[in-house]
Ligand binder design. Structure first.
Ligand code: R2B
Ligand code: URA
Length: 270
């Protein structure tokens, strides 16, 4: 494929778990940035869609990464190789996701400052060549304050905080409504309160790998996740489907506003 021609202009890669959400985001970005497809053309995924669905609108890739770090890790390696071959420069990676909140209300977008693993430690541990390798998971992006400011225009809250990334949605996140659990409701609340007291605002399943990857490669990356439920109050989502659709879309709205602002600033720096 003529990769340079196809992807050499890329400036942003938006990644999120689900393919339909990423397709919707691509359509919303096209409309927000007034990117018109030639008459009669439809937005379509590029390449195969068995594992990931990738869309491109102007200088933005929108691609889904599935659930958990193993799935995300393959995507991040392959997208990064693709963009290197295409000679794309200064690309910003954005994870746009959903999460369970700690002490923050549904609809809030948490901007991750640092990712913690399920032991509440600030690193990702991987087995590489039969050895344990630990890598840092700080988000040292100068973009967080810019994004926080952009958040002021929205009716939902945008807050910086630490994010726990787990390998398991149920026991790993201290749920008591999975197929089994070997701890009590009190144990669960102690874990969640302990995490909150260390500055954790949300829990999801990809932040550690995403943050590590960006730090290790020097790629500028940010994680913005919508909160679906305040886990300090309940694990059950009691919102209506309309409310839930609104809550899960707040991070996409923030990402669109950020990309628009950033592109406008680049084309008119004064
Ligand atoms: C958020 O939602 C998914 C689990 O339901 C997971 O991918 C995540 O991080
Ligand atoms: N995704 C998660 O991983 N956890 C939640 O509580 C909600 C969404």
């Amino acid at each position: 494929m003529p990769l340079r021609e196809m992807f050499g202009d890329v400036k942003f890669v938006c990644m999120g778990g689900s393919a339909p959400r990423m397709e919707r985001l691509a359509k919303e970005l096209a409309s927000a940035l007034s990117i018109r497809l030639p008459t009669g053309m439809q937005l379509a995924p590029i390449g195969k869609t068995e594992r990931y669905s990738l869309f491109k609108v102007g200088p933005i890739i929108c691609v889904n990464h599935g659930m958990g770090c193993p799935s995300l890790s393959i995507l991040m390696h392959e997208i990064t190789k693709l963009l290197r071959h295409a000679q794309a420069e200064n690309v910003i990676y954005i994870r746009i996701g959903t999460s369970g909140g700690l002490g923050v209300s549904p609809g809030t977008v948490v901007l991750t400052t640092e990712a913690l693993n399920g032991l509440l430690e600030p690193y990702l541990e991987m087995a590489i060549l039969g050895r344990r390798v630990r890598r840092e998971t700080m988000i040292d992006s100068d973009l967080l304050s810019e994004i926080e400011k952009i958040g002021d225009q929205f009716p939902f809250a945008v807050e910086k905080g630490k994010t726990v990334g787990t390998d398991c949605f149920y026991e790993g996140q201290g749920r008591t409504d999975g197929a089994f659990h070997d701890y009590s409701e009190e144990d669960k609340m102690e874990f969640l309160r302990n995490a909150a007291s260390r500055g954790v605002k949300n829990i999801e399943m990809e932040a550690t790998y995403f943050a590590m990857f960006c730090k290790h490669t020097g790629i500028r990356g940010v994680i913005m996740c919508s909160v679906l439920v305040n886990r300090l109050l309940s694990d059950q989502i009691r919102s209506t489907s309309e409310e839930l659709a609104y809550y899960s879309n707040t991070s996409s709205q923030l990402a669109i506003a950020f990309i628009k602002h950033h592109l406008a600033q680049e084309s008119n720096p004064n």
